[in-house]
Design a protein around this ligand. Structure first.
Ligand SMILES: C[S@@+](CC[C@H](N)C(=O)[O-])C[C@H]1O[C@@H](n2cnc3c(N)ncnc32)[C@H](O)[C@@H]1O
Length: 195
């Protein structure tokens, strides 16, 4: 499947409006969204918020670190990281509509100073080398055929000290996904960094 076809697959049209309508129906104020309240809608991976917490809270995060979220989707993971850990998050995603919705939800959640999104591919990341201190990727690898390019790109964007010590990229590729469906996420989280 080409990247164009992948982006077309995810594009909905009117997604932002539909999400805001749903949130309003549920009693949320669309101009002051609570990231926890929208988590059921914007954590677009197996395990939802629980998986985000179990995988990413092991990244040794602290305020001010720069985190790259590869395949950031609607931005739920990025907003969680910024709010929970005070890190600066940049999300990159192939699908233009997702980038737009992620940006809108982030502004409405009051996190625009810490979280930004841009359109781009994980196999040709639109950032200079050594731009980030950490990177994560949740439930994206199944869409990317060229795994060699993917895993060459991400480490290059991490600071050299981080790259040489360990490149921690929690994944939800098919093997982990099958496994986590059966057992929960704790051990999957322990296994991912050693890959
Ligand atoms: C199942 S969603 C997961 C989104 C997000 N990581 C999350 O957990 O909420 C998969 C995402 O990967 C993105 N994606 C697929 N191929 C990509 C690529 N080559 N580069 C960047 N993003 C990609 C899609 O646009 C989609 O937003």
């Amino acid at each position: 499947m080409s990247e164009q076809a992948i982006a077309a697959h995810y594009s909905q049209g009117e997604l932002g409006r539909k999400i805001l309508n749903a949130l309003t129906t549920l009693g949320a104020d669309p101009e002051h969204l609570d990231p926890d309240q929208i988590a059921p809608l914007d954590e677009f991976h197996i395990g939802g918020r629980r998986a985000t917490v179990e995988l990413l809270d092991q990244l040794d995060l602290r305020p001010g670190l720069r985190v790259l979220d590869v395949g950031s989707g609607l931005g739920g993971t990025a907003r969680y990281l910024a709010r929970r850990h005070g890190v600066e998050v940049t999300g990159v995603d192939l699908t233009v509509e997702y980038v737009q919705v992620a940006t809108s939800l982030t502004r409405r959640a009051g996190l625009a100073e810490l979280v930004r999104f841009r359109q781009g591919s994980a196999t040709t990341l639109p950032f200079p080398d050594e731009s980030f201190d950490r990177a994560c990727m949740l439930h994206v690898g199944m869409n990317i055929v060229d795994k060699a390019a993917l895993f060459a790109e991400i480490p290059r964007r991490l600071t050299a000290s981080r790259r040489t010590r360990r490149c921690r990229i929690p994944l939800c590729l098919s093997r982990e996904a099958d496994w986590t469906l059966r057992t929960g996420f704790s051990a999957a989280a322990n296994r991912s960094p050693s890959r």
